[in-house]
Design a protein. Structure first.
Length: 199
């Protein structure tokens, strides 16, 4: 099994930086650079680049430049995905993004991590774990999601959060470290009959 196949497995692993397929990382950097040079009206060009870059690219995947990722082939979108400006995805493991996912500006999804012990860190030893964002999730601006995390269906992550543990479905969670604030209930439904300006 080559190292790309190890990276594509839905489980954590340890590695040295010399194990990582640098030619695939270079390809992803080139595609990200090309994508980030496109104009707002070049929708077809953007779509074609994403199809080449991502492992699974649903037709309703919308990513605003500037966008960065490590490899791209480990990123999978499975429905409408709106990814706003300055998103970084360190996809050294699979990143699954469910349908109707909204990812705000400045979000980082980081599968990879460094060794805790300093001598190992100096040797380039690190870890990687997959990330799963289930359907109907909204991640607030400038949040970080760490490797090994699953964010449950319909949950909201408050802006500026650091998510280092699983978040259950149907909740609002905020903070560093991110913790559940409360459940989402029917009281959160916006009353569209309210006159504009009086929200």
């Amino acid at each position: 099994m080559d190292f790309k196949e190890i990276m594509k497995q839905n489980r954590g692993y340890c590695s040295k930086h010399t194990d990582m397929p640098s030619e695939l990382q270079l390809k992803a950097k080139e595609l990200c650079w090309e994508y980030n040079q496109t104009g707002p009206s070049e929708k077809e060009k953007r779509s074609n680049i994403l199809k080449e870059l991502l492992g699974t690219c649903h037709p309703l995947t919308f990513i605003e430049p500037s966008f960065r990722c490590d490899y791209g082939f480990n990123i999978h979108t499975h429905g409408l995905a709106v990814i706003n400006y300055n998103c970084v995805i360190l996809d050294t493991s699979p990143v699954y993004i469910g349908a109707n996912a909204f990812i705000a500006p400045g979000v980082c999804l980081a599968c990879s991590g460094h060794a805790i012990f300093s001598t190992q860190r100096a040797e380039g030893i690190g870890t990687s774990k997959p990330i799963t964002i289930e359907d109907d999730v909204w991640i607030g601006a400038n949040s970080t999601v760490c490797g090994g995390v699953t964010i449950g269906k319909g949950s909201i992550i408050g802006a500026g959060s650091v998510v280092n543990k699983d978040i259950p479905a149907g909740v609002i969670a905020v903070g560093n470290p991110c913790r559940v604030l409360r459940k989402i209930t029917e009281e959160d439904i916006i009353n569209l009959s309210v006159e504009q300006g009086n929200f």
